[in-house]
Design a protein around this ligand. Structure first.
Ligand SMILES: [Zn+2]
Length: 404
């Protein structure tokens, strides 16, 4: 039931932050935690044991992509997602709602303006229709027509064997009117009930379901959505959709939802979808978020960017820029990742990424995930020790980093 999925171990006075244990069928996750993406059944470039050795306890797979290729039937036959990809720990799967609606942003925008969506309907990887039943779209893999609905998404996540399934929601784009967001949020609430009904009857034992709070950037709708999701039978709660177009707005929007999720609902785990900048993670933890997922650390790594304790540059070092080309220093002194502990220079890594060598992508991915794991470990330990304010301040000032 609702309280069994999560144990709060410590709270930080003066903030909403908490440290806890998220209990899943494949083990516990110490929170707050960052969840690396294994969108297509792999954390790109890494082996499962490498991801685990960095300190990560859960990864996130994606319903939309895995349904299109290789298909949940094959994955189920080969041991579910855990067996298929060789990851024995907890797995959360995204419902596919975000991918389906992102794919159709142009179409959705046309729809809002009252234009027919037919302009893009013939293109591979496009939305054909959105209605109460679900979303019909064309696969980007083979051009075939596909259909996702609350029930289909839950059935796919059941076949994948996810420890945590996310409900199928309509992910509302940012630049839409209040009326559109309202209709979309109400539909998401109806879809939430359909997901939970399906799961109650057919869902695998031990699989947790997270509802998703929508409501765009409108305070009344965000708060209302949080209350509706909190009142449902879901075991955990995710915050999704448009959170605004700048950081302060995002913190405000997340804060509204978090306020509604306190009190009697606080023992349910909370996940913030798709957010992963260093300062956003720190603030998210202060706002009471337990888990985060984001493409940023791994995607940056594949594109020649390393995470470093440099808040003025958004904690990023672009190795494609000039100053790294002849720099003999490691990415970061004291970092235990293979690149830094192996004595590899910024110059060497800069060369590897410019030459598009796979080793460069791997080394930067390992370094960036090491940085993320270190940040989350420190925030968690600070909450347990009651020192979050000092630790968060030092991180924001760039005085502190995972190995300082
Ligand atoms: Zn490193």
């Amino acid at each position: 039931m609702a309280t069994a999925a999560f144990t709060i171990q410590a709270r930080q006075p003066g903030s909403l932050a908490r440290a806890g244990l998220l209990h899943t069928a494949h083990g516990d996750v110490r929170t707050p935690a960052f969840v690396p993406l294994a969108t297509k059944a792999t954390v790109k470039g890494l082996l499962p044991e490498e991801v685990a050795a960095l300190g990560f306890e859960m990864v996130l797979g994606n319903t939309f992509h895995l349904h299109l290729r290789p298909g949940e039937e094959l994955i189920e036959r080969l041991g579910g997602l855990h067996g298929f990809m060789g990851w024995p720990g907890p797995i959360i799967t995204d419902s596919g709602g975000f991918q389906v609606f992102s794919m159709g942003h142009g179409t959705v925008a046309d729809e809002i303006k009252g234009r027919s969506p037919h302009g893009s309907a013939g293109r591979v990887g496009s939305i054909l229709s959105i209605d109460e039943a679900g979303v019909r779209f064309r696969s980007y893999v083979d051009g075939r027509e596909r259909f996702l609905s609350p029930e289909r998404s839950m059935a796919i996540q059941a076949a994948l064997g996810a420890d945590i399934a996310l409900v199928f929601d309509e992910c509302t784009p940012f630049h839409v009117e209040r009326g559109y967001t309202e209709n979309s949020t109400l539909r998401t609430h109806r879809w939430l009930e359909r997901c939970l009904d399906w799961h109650a009857e057919h869902g695998p034992a031990g699989q947790l379901v997270y509802g998703i709070v929508q409501g765009g950037v409108f305070e009344d709708m965000r708060r209302d959505s949080a209350r509706v999701v909190a009142a449902s039978a879901c075991e955990g709660i995710a915050i999704g959709g448009s959170l605004g177009d700048h950081k302060e707005q995002m913190y405000e929007v997340v804060g509204w939802a978090m306020e509604e999720l306190g009190g009697e609902h606080e023992e349910r785990p909370r996940h913030l979808l798709g957010i992963g900048d260093i300062d956003d993670l720190i603030r998210g933890v202060e706002l009471g978020v337990d888990t985060f997922d984001c493409a940023i650390p791994t995607r940056l790594g594949r594109h020649g960017c390393a995470l470093v304790p440099d808040p003025a540059r958004r904690w990023r070092l672009d190795l494609l820029k000039g100053r790294s080309r002849e720099d003999p220093a490691p990415l970061q002194d004291g970092c235990p990742c293979p690149a830094c502990s192996g004595g590899l220079s910024r110059a060497y890594l800069s060369y590897l990424v410019r030459a598009k060598e796979l080793t460069g992508m791997r080394l930067l991915t390992l370094h960036n995930l090491t940085f993320m794991a270190g940040l989350m470990r420190e925030l968690r330990e600070a909450i347990l020790a009651g020192t979050l304010a000092e630790v968060a301040g030092a991180w924001r000032g760039g005085e502190k980093h995972p190995h300082a």
